[in-house]
Design a protein around this ligand. Sequence first.
Ligand code: ATP
Ligand code: MG
Length: 273
Amino acid sequence: MSADPYDDRGNKDRSITNPHGIGTLRAAPGTGHGMETARAFLIGDSMTGGYGKGPDILHDCTVAVDKGEIAVIVGPNGAGKSTAMKAVFGMLDVRQGSVRLDGEDITGLTPQDRVVKGMGFVPQTNNIFTSMTVEENLEMGAFIRTDDFSDTMTQVYDLFPILKEKRAQAAGELSGGQRQQVAVGRALMTRPKVLMLDEPTAGVSPIVMDELFDRIIEVARTGIPILMVEQNARQALEIADKGYVLVQGSNAYSGTGKDLLADPDVRKSFLGG
Ligand SMILES: Nc1ncnc2c1ncn2[C@@H]1O[C@H](COP(=O)(O)OP(=O)(O)OP(=O)(O)O)[C@@H](O)[C@H]1O
Ligand SMILES: [Mg+2]
């Protein structure tokens, strides 16, 4: 076994990676958007905006994920990672720039309409209904569906067996890692075309984090591209096809997960050396 416990992690399944890579997207700060991402399946392109009438939090910020990929957003606390996710999901006024899904400009759509279009979003906080049972949470997740969603629920229970065991229990009684599984499961109930996760491993132990990452890779393997924010930067970049380092609402670095892990500046400033 190697000294680095994450050495043999990573997304090695060719079916969910792009064997050709995306090239080195690293660019000068503020120009994190390379040509390569312009036609990505989901892209928040050159987004500038803030909350309500407040100041801009995002400055020309670009994040994107393509089919078959896991894209990861990392950066210090307060960098605007959650804000970027909310902007892509339509919870924020994008004053400049655009959001496109599968080539369609969806900048003007409400979050609910984006869900109908195929976006699944798990926010960083308040991502489950704690007083409802696990199963009720999953049912709530299927709110836009008018068809029979029992197959999807079976798939979610296959992916997260503990949820099946605890399906009649109030979600608020679950552990942190189990709650995150409820949140991801709930988002999967709409059968999204793309999944956005804001810190899915927040507050869980390293072992649970590893398990959650494995489940996330499994979801990606089913063909759902994943755009996620992670505070466990090193581990997340290990499984990332594409990574973004955000600093003060701007793209500081972007590239393949591998490139970012190897970049001396990124290592020194964001990965603890
Ligand atoms: N609802 C809000 N209204 C006004 N300002 C907000 C709101 N949410 C966040 N902000 C501000 O936006 C900036 C970026 O916050 P954001 O939550 O996007 O950072 P983050 O990178 O996700 O941080 P963390 O790693 O702590 O989750 C911060 O200065 C924060 O104070
Ligand atoms: Mg955040």
